[in-house]
Design a protein around this ligand. Structure first.
Ligand code: NOJ
Length: 732
C-alpha cells in the first residue's frame, strides 16, 4: 500500500513524492529480510565508539546494511565516515538517518522549552527551531528527537522542562510551531531536519512524577489531556513520533497496538515513522509483557512501532520471525517503506552528503543573528512572578550587589539537554549585568552548587549585600537536577539556599530574587519574604544580557506561567483545568468540601500568571452572538488598555467552562489566547474565533463532540484572575 499523506506532502516540493515512491518501491523489491530489518535498526555512535573493537563492529554493521539510522554521533567526520560506509559499501547504498536530541537549540542554546512556552508566543518557538534545525543540519544531522509534547501537571517530573506545561491547548500550539520550525518549507532543503513528536503517549503522567514510572490514565484523560499535542503535530505534518517508556492500560507503549495502530495510524492516518525510545522494545521484557528478545521484537513490530532505538532486538530477531510466519512480510514492508520514505523526503537518495559541509557548519554556528534570536526568546520567556512596591525595574545608577553561584555558571545558564552548547559560550547573569552596566558588579556566590552553604559563605554574601543599594539574589536549580532522570520529591530551592536568602533579607538592603529553574518550584516562603521575583528559567546562551535588560527596565517582562506553581509538593498534581468534584466548596462554608486542612486548593502562582512593569485593563467582553448551532462560529472580543506608564505586551487568555456535560467538565480550560503589544495609554480590541470544535470533549459516547447547552466564556489575566464572563448557548 503506497503511503499517501497530504500532511507530509507539504514538506515536499512538487512532483517529488511520486519519484520518491517509485524509488522506495524498487528498493523494497530487491531487499533481503536482513536488509529490511537493518533499516529498522538504530545504533548509538556515542556508546560504541568507546573502544576500538566496538567502533569497528559498528562500522562493519553499517557497511553490511544492518543499520538504518544513528543517534548520538557528534563530530562531522564520524557522521560523514559512517554515511560513506552506508552509501558506498553496503549492497544497496541506502543512506542513514542521523538523529540527535536537539531540544532547545544546537550550539546556539535557546531558553528551555518550558520557558519558551511561557512566552505564549508559538512564533518564537518556530523561529528557535528553525535556527536549531539550521545549525543541526549544518553539523550533519537530518533528524531531531524533538519536540517533546508531553502534557504534564507534575513538577516533580524532571522532564517538564522539555515540554510546554500543563495545557493541551497551549501545548498543541507549541507542538505545531516546533514541527514547522524544524521541518521548514521543504524537508529536502539542507537546513531542515525531520522532527519527532515524543513520547507517545501520556509520559507526562508518570505516577508520583517518578521518571520511567508507571502511567495509569483513563481513556478520557488520554484523549483530552495527553493526545491533543500529538494530533496537532501529526496535523502539522510531523515526520516521526517516538514511543514513550511507560505503560498505558498496563501495556508498554512500544508494544501497545491500540494507541499506535488504532489511533495514530488509524484515526489520524499518520504516514511517518515511529521510533522506540532508548531500548524500549527490549524493555518490554522488564515490564513483564514479553518473554524474551524475540517476543519483544514481535510485539513491537506487530503493534505498529518501526525503528528500534538501541536494543537491537529487531535486527537479531525479525528476519526469523518473518520466515517463521510470526510477523507478516507486509507489515515489515510497511515499516521499511515508512523509513525509506522519510529518507526520500529528506533528499538523502539524491545527495546523502548534503548535510556535511565544514564551511557551512563554521559559518552557521552561533551566528550573530542566532544569538540575537536567542536573546529575544530569553527576554520573552521571563515571568515576573511578583513585584510588590514596584521594586523592579532597578535603577542602573544604583549600587547593585549580585549574590548566587547560579549567576556565574555557564552550564546552568544553558540548562539541561544542551549537549552541543558550550558553557563558555553562554553569557551568564554576572557577565550580562557587568556588560550592561559597563562596570564591575560586586559578586559573591553565597552557596556552592547546587545549594550547600557554610557560615562563611553566608557571611560573605551578607557583607556584599550590606554595602550595596540593592541585592539581586540568583537562586534556583542547577541544570543537572532537571531534565531526564532528574525527578525530585522536594521542589523547594535545593540545599540550603533558603538560609542564604533569609540572611540577605535580614540586612537593610532591599533584595530582589532572580529564579533559575527547570520546573515550577514550591517557594511560598520566598514569595512571602522577597517582594520581587523574576523567573528566568534556564535562559540559554544569551541569558545574561536578557536578564540585565529586564532587571533594569530596558525590556518589560511579559511571560506568563505555562504550568502552575504549587504551595507545596503535597498539592501535586494540580492544574487550572481540574474537575469541580461533588463538593466544590464554592460557598466557602462547608467543612466537608474538597480540600486540605493545611493548604489551599489553589496554586501559589496560577497557570497564566505573570506581572509586568505596566498594567492592562479589560473592558467589554462581547460575543458576536449569544447562541450558535453546530458548525457555526462566533467571535469573542475584549478591549484591552495599557493603563500603566510604559509600553508592554499582554497575553489575553480566554477560558471556557461547559456547565453541564455527559462527563464532568473542568472548572475552566484554556480556550484560546492572543498577545498584544500596547504603548502606555493605548487600547486595542482583541478577538478570538470560537468554533464548536473548541467546545468539544471526549463524551460518554466515546467520541469528540460539543454537546448542546450552556458554556461560560471567560477572559482574564490568569486562570485565577478572570475579569469578565459571558454565557454562550450551543443549540441542539
Ligand atoms: C531517552 C529519552 O527519553 C528520549 O527523549 C531521547 O530522545 C532518547 N533517550 C535519545 O537520546
Amino acid at each position: 500500500m503506497p503511503l499517501s499523506d497530504s500532511r507530509l506532502d507539504q514538506y515536499v516540493v512538487d512532483g517529488r513524492r511520486a519519484e520518491i515512491q517509485s524509488h522506495v518501491d524498487s528498493l523494497l523489491d530487491t531487499m533481503t529480510l536482513e536488509e529490511k530489518a537493518g533499516q529498522l535498526n538504530q545504533r548509538s555512535v556515542h556508546f560504541v565508539t568507546g573502544t576500538e573493537d566496538e567502533g569497528e563492529e559498528l562500522e562493519s554493521a553499517v557497511a553490511d546494511g544492518e543499520v538504518g539510522s544513528l543517534l548520538n554521533a557528534t563530530d562531522l567526520e564520524t557522521k560523514r565516515h559512517l554515511q560513506e560506509l552506508a552509501v558506498e559499501e553496503s549492497r544497496l547504498g541506502i543512506p542513514l538517518l542521523i538523529g540527535f536530541d536537539v531540544i532547545h537549540g544546537y550550539e546556539t542554546i535557546f531558553p528551555i522549552p518550558l520557558a519558551q512556552a511561557a512566552s505564549w508566543n508559538p512564533d518564537l518557538a518556530e523561529r528557535a527551531e528553525r535556527i536549531a534545525a539550521t545549525e543541526a543540519a549544518a553539523a550533519g544531522h537530518n533528524w531531531t528527537f524533538a519536540p517533546m509534547v508531553d502534557v504534564s501537571r507534575d513538577p516533580r517530573w524532571g522532564r517538564v522542562m522539555e515540554g510546554a506545561g500543563e495545557s493541551p491547548v497551549l501545548g498543541s500550539a507549541f507542538a505545531r510551531a516546533r514541527v514547522r520550525g524544524f521541518q521548514g518549507d521543504d524537508l529536502s532543503d539542507p537546513d531542515t531536519v525531520l522532527a519527532c513528536a515524543k513520547h507517545f503517549a501520556a509520559y507526562g503522567a508518570v505516577e508520583g512524577g517518578r521518571e520511567y514510572n508507571t502511567v495509569d490514565v483513563s481513556e478520557t484523560a488520554l484523549r483530552e489531556r495527553h493526545l491533543p499535542p500529538f494530533e496537532a503535530s501529526v496535523e502539522a505534518g510531523v515526520g516521526s513520533l517516538m514511543n514513550a517508556f511507560n505503560v498505558h492500560e498496563r501495556i508498554p507503549a512500544s508494544g501497545n497496538e491500540s494507541p499506535l495502530n488504532d489511533v495514530l495510524k488509524g484515526e489520524w492516518d499518520f504516514s511517518g515513522v515511529l521510533v522506540s525510545d532508548w531500548a524500549s522494545f527490549r524493555e518490554q521484557i522488564q515490564h513483564g509483557t514479553a518473554e524474551n528478545r524475540r517476543d519483544a521484537a514481535r510485539k513491537a513490530i506487530q503493534a505498529g512501532s518501526e525503528i528500534d532505538m538501541a536494543s537491537e532486538v529487531v535486527i537479531d530477531e525479525l528476519p526469523d520471525l518473518v520466515r517463521d510466519g510470526e510477523v507478516s512480510e507486509d507489515r515489515l514492508d510497511d515499516a521499511v517503506r515508512r523509513v525509506l520514505t522519510v529518507k526520500g523526503l529528506l533528499g538523502l537518495f539524491e545527495d546523502p552528503y548534503r548535510y556535511f559541509d565544514e564551511e557551512r557548519r563554521d559559518e552557521t554556528m552561533l551566528a550573530d543573528k542566532h544569538r540575537q534570536a536567542a536573546r529575544e526568546a530569553a527576554r520573552e520567556s521571563f515571568v515576573l512572578l511578583q513585584n510588590e512596591d514596584d521594586r523592579l525595574p532597578l535603577d542602573p545608577e544604583a549600587d547593585v550587589a549580585l549574590i548566587g553561584a547560579l549567576a556565574d555558571s555557564g552550564e546552568d545558564t544553558l540548562g539541561a539537554w544542551s549537549f552541543e552548547g558550550r558553557p563558555e559560550d553562554a553569557i551568564t547573569i554576572r557577565d550580562g549585568l557587568e556588560a550592561f552596566l559597563d562596570r564591575e558588579v560586586p559578586f559573591t556566590p553565597g552557596y556552592e552548587l547546587p545549594g550547600d552553604v557554610t557560615e562563611e559563605s553566608i557571611e560573605a554574601a551578607v557583607e556584599t549585600a550590606t554595602d550595596a543599594d540593592v541585592a539581586a539574589a540568583v537562586v534556583g536549580e542547577t541544570a543537572e537536577i532537571t531534565g531526564e532522570a532528574a525527578s525530585r520529591t522536594e521542589i523547594d530551592l535545593p540545599g540550603e539556599q533558603r538560609r542564604l536568602v533569609e540572611a540577605l533579607v535580614e540586612t537593610d538592603t532591599p533584595v530582589v530574587a532572580v529564579l533559575m529553574n527547570g520546573r515550577p518550584l514550591a517557594i511560598d516562603w520566598l514569595a512571602e519574604s522577597v517582594p520581587a521575583i523574576l523567573d528566568v528559567w534556564h535562559p540559554g546562551v544569551e541569558g545574561g544580557p536578557a536578564v540585565a535588560e529586564t532587571l533594569f527596565g530596558e525590556h518589560v517582562p511579559a511571560g506568563h506561567l505555562p504550568m502552575s506553581f504549587p504551595y507545596s509538593v503535597g498539592q501535586v498534581p494540580l492544574a487550572h483545568d481540574r474537575l469541580p468534584t461533588g463538593r466544590p466548596g464554592d460557598d466557602g462554608e462547608s467543612a466537608y468540601a474538597t480540600g486540605y486542612i493545611d493548604a489551599p486548593n489553589e496554586p501559589l502562582f496560577a497557570f497564566g500568571h505573570g506581572e509586568s512593569y505596566t498594567d492592562f485593563a479589560y473592558t467589554d467582553l462581547t460575543l458576536s452572538t449569544a447562541a450558535i448551532e453546530s458548525g457555526e462560529t462566533l467571535e469573542a472580543t475584549v478591549t484591552v488598555e495599557n493603563v500603566g506608564d510604559v509600553a508592554g505586551r499582554d497575553v489575553v487568555q480566554f477560558y471556557v467552562r461547559d456547565l453541564v456535560g455527559s462527563r464532568s467538565r473542568p472548572v475552566k480550560e484554556l480556550l484560546d489566547f492572543e498577545t498584544v503589544d500596547l504603548d502606555a495609554g493605548e487600547t486595542a480590541a482583541v478577538t478570538v474565533t470560537i468554533e464548536d470544535v473548541d467546545l468539544a470533549f471526549w463524551t460518554v459516547d466515546r467520541e469528540w463532540a460539543a454537546e448542546p447547552g450552556a458554556f461560560d466564556i471567560m477572559v482574564g489575566h490568569a486562570a485565577d484572575d478572570i475579569v469578565h464572563t459571558q454565557r454562550l448557548e450551543l443549540l441542539d
